[in-house]
Design a protein around this ligand. Sequence first.
Ligand code: ATP
Length: 236
Amino acid sequence: SEGANVLEVRGLVAGYGRIEALHGIDLAVGKGQLVALVGANGAGKTTLLRAVSGLIKASGSVRLFGREIVRDSADARVRAGLSQVLEGRQVFGPMSVQDNLLLGGYTRPERRDESLAAMYALFPVLKEKRLLAAGTLSGGQQQMLAIARALMSEPKVLLLDEPSMGLAPLLVREIFAVIARLKAEGIPILLVEQNAHAALSVADVGYVLETGRIALGGPAGELLRDERIKAAYLGL
Ligand code: ATP
């Protein structure tokens, strides 16, 4: 039922200047669900996440726990429980790992010590390296830091943009293990990935985005077996 959805997007239209990149997107993330959004380069995946998190303007509807947020600022959406990990693991290189995490927790200063302890329990390597400059971490560790920084605001929904991008295969597996752990903790996630096979393998539900439209959607296991998806996105 509608009330069970944590995040609900209806008829979402967004673009850049006069160029419309999304032509009316419908999708939903249910309680505790991991939803994967896959699609080719330029399909509009990043644009969709930006429109949901408020980094670009959009029309249509974005509801968080039933409340309309499509006209709210990005900051208001973070405060309402929506947190985005941007593409390209954008950590602050010269700042320490710990200070990067504390920045992520700015909306909840009263929860600072608890949130920090929770992140160090989830990512022991970040605790080990907490006093080092974030820029000295490996690519995979920087991605973990970017995810942990987003989690510091104790989001009710996490938006993840291409977390495996540019990582070596071993680190890609590590990042997907982290995503599976977040799912096990019950955090609803909207995951954007070009690595369609890995994303659909951990997801509950999947959507395929093609030139600004949802071309297919359904249980992730079914999409993995779908011949059209195998041919177009799984390299099979
Ligand atoms: P990628 O995986 O390459 O990031 P994507 O699926 O995330 O691809 P988007 O980056 O959302 O795709 O791009 C969707 C469309 O919007 C593309 O046609 C792209 O050229 C266009 N676009 C993206 N960013 C901008 C921008 N800042 N200004 C103008 N057009 C843009």
